[in-house]
Design a protein around this ligand. Structure first.
Ligand code: SF4
Length: 483
């Protein structure tokens, strides 16, 4: 059984009836196997889960790390507002990152939102962590996060026993409104997180092995890498709140401690005042994802100052990148965009594949759904380039703002009816919404580059915000149908 199978079994055994997701690496396959319902964005995905919870249904939200940035608003509020039945946010961190615009450690959202986060290291513990998360979520009436990575999802474990957790049908308690926001926050500190602290201290999912005077404190996949190295290992169940007494006992019992975690020194930064602590901050381990060899090398250098290794910044030339498909219908558009002499804000969909040579069609790309807002701030009229999924995700809000505040921009929507980068999930058709909102014209692709350039120049000559909907059929989608 791999990590994906373990998560499936946990969702069944915890009787999770409402499951939502937003596609993206590394969670798309997992979310689809879980039969999660797609949402246009992560904020909506969590809001659906909260609504289900308030009316007595357990819910699961599956997102990738950058999705946490949009989900954070209802997450922070739900921590003190309270919930009904269990809500778990299962977040996948893309280490590397392989298919994301930013490497991010989602664990930092746990102290920010003041919510518990479990960080399991192998499939059996992923299963047990999800069940523990639902039990804790329901007892404390708060959402609980569980962090995963692609390596955890593909890791194997032979036997994972089932421990069903029947649904309770617990609903939101209206007497919550008797406390002010300040009062709910006071209660959160005083009672709820104090209980979570005890859960972290006493969790049977904490794994301790004692061996010699050197110890490793680890969380997530590095806890698996740290096994069998002839040193003590404390594999933590919770990254937040940390089990303070357990950590103190473990640190006191050893001469030196290596903190092995990824991608950022989240736990190490909390423990770093102790002179025994070594890790990424002290230069003993590299930033980002860890390998077993990194830990072995760090243990060899633990007593001294680590040799400062020259760091080569990863470049596109050595790693390579997915360019625009050779028979993509949008190729002429990507070429024409570079010729019209207007700043172009790109997005996180297929348009990001055209940011480099031979197209160089976008100047900047700050994330999914961002292009309309970014182009609204350009000095002079610019272009907001987005896919139709990006439009639905959060791009529409930028367009509404452009109309409302009379920003001068041209939005170019690549309409292929799918989220091609994440597996061809269907994108909502917002054509009529666009037509009702602002002047809209349509360009069917493929077309000659001169015609596409002429269409762009014509739209750019128009005063005020407008939209050019570039319609084309994704050839990769067609091919995936054949397969
Ligand atoms: S996946 Fe589809 S839309 Fe994206 S570049 Fe390839 S053909 Fe074009």
């Amino acid at each position: 059984m791999n990590g994906l199978d373990a998560a499936l079994r946990a969702a069944e055994d915890a009787a999770v009836s409402v499951r939502t997701y937003v596609p993206g690496y590394p969670i798309t396959d997992l979310a689809q196997a879980l039969r999660c319902q797609i949402s246009v964005n992560e904020k909506v995905a969590l809001e659906i889960a909260l609504g289900a919870s308030a009316t007595g249904l357990r819910s699961l939200v599956v997102v990738k790390q950058v999705g946490m940035n949009l989900l954070a608003d209802p997450l922070v509020i739900s921590a003190t507002h309270g919930i009904g039945s269990g809500v778990v946010v299962l977040v996948g961190d893309d280490l590397g990152p392989r298919r994301s615009q930013a490497e991010m450690d989602s664990r930092f959202y746990a102290p920010l939102s003041e919510l518990p986060l479990l960080d399991p290291c192998r499939p059996g513990l992923l299963y047990a962590s999800l069940l523990e998360a639902y039990a804790l979520s329901e007892k404390l009436r708060i959402p609980v996060m569980v962090r995963i990575t692609s390596r955890l999802l593909s890791a194997q474990e032979e036997h994972i026993p089932s421990r069903p957790l029947p649904a309770t049908g617990q609903r939101f308690e209206k007497n919550n409104w008797e406390l002010t926001a300040k009062g709910r926050h006071q209660r959160h500190h005083d009672r709820i997180m104090a209980f979570a602290q005890e859960a972290s201290e006493s969790s049977p999912l904490n794994q301790v092995q004692i061996c010699g005077e050197i110890g490793i404190i680890a969380s997530g996949h590095p806890a698996s890498l740290a096994q069998g190295l002839g040193v003590s290992v404390l594999a933590l169940a919770y990254s937040h709140p940390l089990p303070e007494r357990l950590l103190r006992r473990f640190i006191d019992g050893h001469r030196l401690i290596l903190v092995a975690e990824e991608p950022e020194p989240f736990i190490e930064s909390i423990l770093s005042e102790n002179p025994k602590i070594r890790g990424k901050l002290t230069g003993h381990l590299p930033r980002g994802a860890l390998e077993r060899l990194d830990i072995i090398q760090a243990l060899e250098e633990l007593g001294g100052r680590p040799e400062r290794r020259r760091q080569a910044y990863e470049g596109v030339a050595e790693r390579g990148y997915e360019g625009v498909c050779s028979d993509c219908p949008f190729r002429a558009l990507f070429s024409a965009l570079a010729k019209v002499d207007a700043p172009v804000a790109g997005d996180a969909g297929c348009s990001i594949r055209a940011t480099r040579e031979p197209f160089s069609s976008a100047d900047v790309a700050y994330g999914l759904g961002s292009s309309a807002g970014v182009a609204s701030g350009f000095c002079g009229k610019g272009i907001a380039l987005m896919g139709d999924f990006a439009l639905a995700h959060s791009g529409l809000a930028g367009l509404i703002n452009a109309v409302w505040s009379r920003r001068d921009l041209l939005a170019v929507v690549l309409k292929n009816d799918v989220a091609a980068m994440t597996g061809f999930q269907e994108a909502p058709d917002l054509s009529r919404v666009l037509e009702a909102l602002l002047p809209t014209s349509v360009l069917d692709l493929p077309a000659e580059e001169e015609d596409v350039e002429a269409a762009l120049r014509k739209e750019l000559a128009r005063r005020g915000p407008s939209v050019l909907v570039a319609r084309g059929r994704c050839v990769m989608k067609k091919n995936s149908r054949k397969n």
